[in-house]
Design a protein around this ligand. Structure first.
Ligand code: FES
Length: 184
């Protein structure tokens, strides 16, 4: 069955982190898409690395501006201006701003790797596969997930959030509770 941690290597994860195809993504290591939101700079170099055409998809709440190149594990995001979730579908990251902190959650459910969604009405994260629920910062509430959601290393650098998807901090594990950036 699916390993919960295949996202440690972006190239490998693209081959194994298949999401049932329901999102129409082919986030392969070399053709990983770059989603650009208005107001963000399109970096020509990244587009070139990404190979063929890089479609601009009208996905609100998606802010990814990095990781277009094969093997790149570092993503850069603007600091969200309000509490809530920013889902980077291409890179399977959920950026959460919550109570003055920002966390970068691995979007894959720790149970079987299904893509977790944000439910703003309930202010919680929800796995549709077996109905695990998590608080806004990824803390497990209930369900089949064996632990809270995994987080990626995150830091603040020159006003941007830098997320390192090569560094996974397992849910509830050592340093998990402190893996976040204070922005409030
Ligand atoms: S895959 Fe998420 S609860 Fe089973």
């Amino acid at each position: 069955m699916a390993e919960p941690h295949h996202h440690t290597d972006p190239t490998f994860s693209s081959a194994t982190g298949y999401d049932g195809g329901c999102e129409g993504e082919t986030a392969g290591g070399s053709d990983r898409r770059t989603f650009l939101k208005e107001g963000l700079m399109a970096v020509a170099a990244l587009t070139a690395v990404a190979g063929a055409s890089v479609p601009l998809e009208a996905m609100t709440r998606t802010y990814a501006i990095g990781a277009a190149g094969a093997g790149l594990a570092t993503l850069s995001y603007p600091i969200p201006t309000a509490d809530g979730a920013t889902i980077d579908r291409a890179n399977k990251v959920i950026l959460i701003r919550y109570q003055g902190m920002v966390y970068a959650l691995a979007r894959e459910c720790p149970h079987k790797g299904t893509m977790v969604d944000w439910q703003p009405e309930q202010n919680r994260l929800y796995c549709p596969k077996h109905k695990s629920t998590f608080t806004a910062n990824g803390t497990k509430i209930q369900g089949k997930s064996p632990r809270s959601m995994d987080r990626y290393a995150i830091r603040l650098e020159e006003g941007k959030l830098i997320v390192d998807t090569a560094k996974v901090i397992e849910g509830d594990g050592t340093n998990w509770a402190t893996t976040g950036v204070k922005v409030g």
